[in-house]
Design a protein around this ligand. Structure first.
Ligand code: AMP
Length: 327
């Protein structure tokens, strides 16, 4: 099992859905990611919190075996985000983003963490993502996430992060926004042309699409279409708070890749299913509670459910008589 380093927001969130509201709950991309990835192996978290960040919340991360020695405490307010969901419980409308101590923070990756092979650049200012990347010696795999807030204000820097990543994870609407197109396929092609080998487009309750750069050369001078894999979302009856679904997804995805030490096409497909499973735990409750309570056995059980959901079993094939050949 290879270690995973993550940098990203550690936050307090105010979340409203049409049904309920919670204030000042533990959130942040790095919190969700770490809790999910810690189901697979050792996570080292790099981030910053303000004076108001509760020691108990750091203890919750530590209790899951997450190395929190890379979390700095600075004077000022922690990152605060407030967002609202509509009845579809899909895309968040950001009502307020207060970067707090993240605004002027220059990350310092502790010496002992600079050789970490798997790196996840969770959602945060792209300059911080790049700064961390500069400090890592020779990562085997770099994955990244971003969001509309950064695409609105820092598009060129987000593109720079994409250029340096092997795996880009992004929401469907953000992929469209980035490439200025409605077509997800065209957006995928454009992002893959920047350099990553794989792109995951997260589609909420419609699952996630994995695009991989076609390795085989084809004639004709045209760039080949990206190879596609598509996982449905885990079928859930109860969705309380979609916040953190994407970060937890990334935790399952990178966690699985790090646990197996590789990122070939088959491993990436399995990793997308692991990501889907982790996202399902995150959305069942407010804040990180669902992700925190998840266990490797529960992950395995949901993985099997998803597998059977998309499998066309050998028996099913045997039962169905093949159609007669047409003349
Ligand atoms: P997700 O729902 O997976 O996209 O991530 C939600 C988490 O990201 C929340 O817990 C927020 O605290 C955090 N977040 C929201 N906006 C930003 C932003 N602009 N940069 C970094 N983190 C953010």
């Amino acid at each position: 099992m290879a270690d995973i380093l993550v940098v990203g927001s550690l936050a307090y969130d105010d979340v409203q859905t049409p049904f309920e509201r919670r204030r000042e709950v533990l959130g942040g991309a790095a919190s969700y990611f770490s809790l999910a990835a810690s189901l697979y192996g050792r996570v080292r978290l790099v981030g910053v919190v303000g004076d108001d960040f509760r020691e108990d919340d750091i203890a919750r991360l530590r209790a899951r075996g997450i190395d929190v020695s890379g979390i700095e405490r600075a004077s000022g307010r922690s990152f605060h985000w407030s967002g609202r969901y509509d009845y579809d419980m899909s895309t968040a409308e950001s009502l307020n983003t207060d970067l707090g101590v993240f605004e002027h923070w220059h990350p310092r990756v502790p010496d002992g963490m600079r050789d970490v092979p798997f790196v996840f650049l969770a959602n945060i200012h792209p300059a911080i993502q790049l700064d961390v990347l500069e400090q890592i010696r020779s990562p085997q795999l770099v994955a990244m996430d971003s969001m509309n807030f950064w695409l609105d204000h820092q598009r060129a820097a987000v593109a720079d992060v994409m250029r340096r990543a092997h795996v880009v994870c992004i929401n469907e609407s953000e992929a469209r926004q980035f490439a200025q197109t409605f077509s997800i396929i065209r957006a995928a092609r454009e992002i893959l042309e920047l350099g990553p080998t794989a792109l995951v487009v997260k589609r909420g309750e419609h699952g996630a699409m994995l695009f991989m750069r076609e390795q085989r050369g084809v004639g004709g001078g045209q760039s080949p279409p990206p190879t596609l894999f598509w996982s449905p979302a885990y079928p859930l009856e109860k969705v309380q708070d979609p916040t953190g679904a994407g970060d937890s997804f990334a935790g399952g995805l990178v966690g699985h890749l790090a646990a197996n030490g590789q990122a070939g096409a088959d491993e990436l497909r399995r990793a997308v299913v692991h990501g889907t499973v982790c996202a399902s735990f995150a959305v069942e409750t407010f804040s990180v509670d669902g992700m925190e309570a998840a266990t490797p056995d529960a992950v395995e059980a949901r993985y099997e459910v998803l597998r059977s959901l998309v499998a066309i079993g050998a028996e099913a094939l045997a039962d169905a008589a093949p159609p007669p050949p047409r003349r």
